[in-house]
Design a protein around this ligand. Structure first.
Ligand code: 2BA
Length: 144
């Protein structure tokens, strides 16, 4: 059963499972966190990738760290949102995968991360691989 399951799943490639860059909401380093918060609220996602001006992957940014960065003594000091930059709040140490990464490695990555960014050999951003895409395939193979 296990080896049969693995056979189906290991044939899957990152390329066929990922959401391509042009469909992924992202923010850029240098932007104020106010802009990042707008992107996050409007897209509905809890975190999105951060790219540099050349579209290289730099990290991820989420709603909670942004809101934590403006907590004052008694209130959210929302006026600070325009002074803080994306790079001051983003998480830089994030696992990445490439188009060549095998399915089981991807499965391990999304145990602890809602998505993994897909990059090429020079670190350019190609898209994301979500936990949803991975779980959908695991579920499919369990019922087939
Ligand atoms: P979350 O934003 O925490 O979303 C968790 C899950 O909730 C998503 O899982 C999806 O099933 C659902 N969801 C949330 N917002 C949605 C929306 N606007 N439209 C449709 N479904 C939505 P996954 O699909 O596995 O995504 C995992 C994580 O990948 C998301 O975590 C988000 O941080 C990121 N993500 C997914 N699609 C994205 C995209 N197009 N652009 C930027 N980030 C994306």
């Amino acid at each position: 059963m296990t080896s049969l399951l693995n056979k189906t799943l290991t044939a899957l490639t990152v390329e066929e499972l990922m959401i391509p860059a042009e469909k992924v909401a992202h923010v850029q380093v240098g932007n104020p966190v106010e802009h990042a918060l707008l992107v996050l609220v409007e897209s509905g996602y809890s975190s999105v990738p951060v790219l540099d001006l050349n579209y290289k992957f730099k990290g991820t940014i989420g709603k909670t760290p942004i809101l934590k960065s403006v907590i004052g003594m008694e209130r959210f000091e929302m006026e600070k949102l325009s002074d803080i930059k994306v790079e001051d709040v983003m998480k830089a140490e994030q696992p990445t995968v490439t188009k060549e990464t095998d399915f089981l490695t991807c499965l391990k990555v999304v145990i602890n991360h809602a998505f993994a960014c897909v990059v090429d050999e020079d670190g350019y951003f190609l898209g994301i691989l979500t936990r949803r895409a991975i779980l959908k395939e695991v579920n499919k193979s369990l019922y087939n």
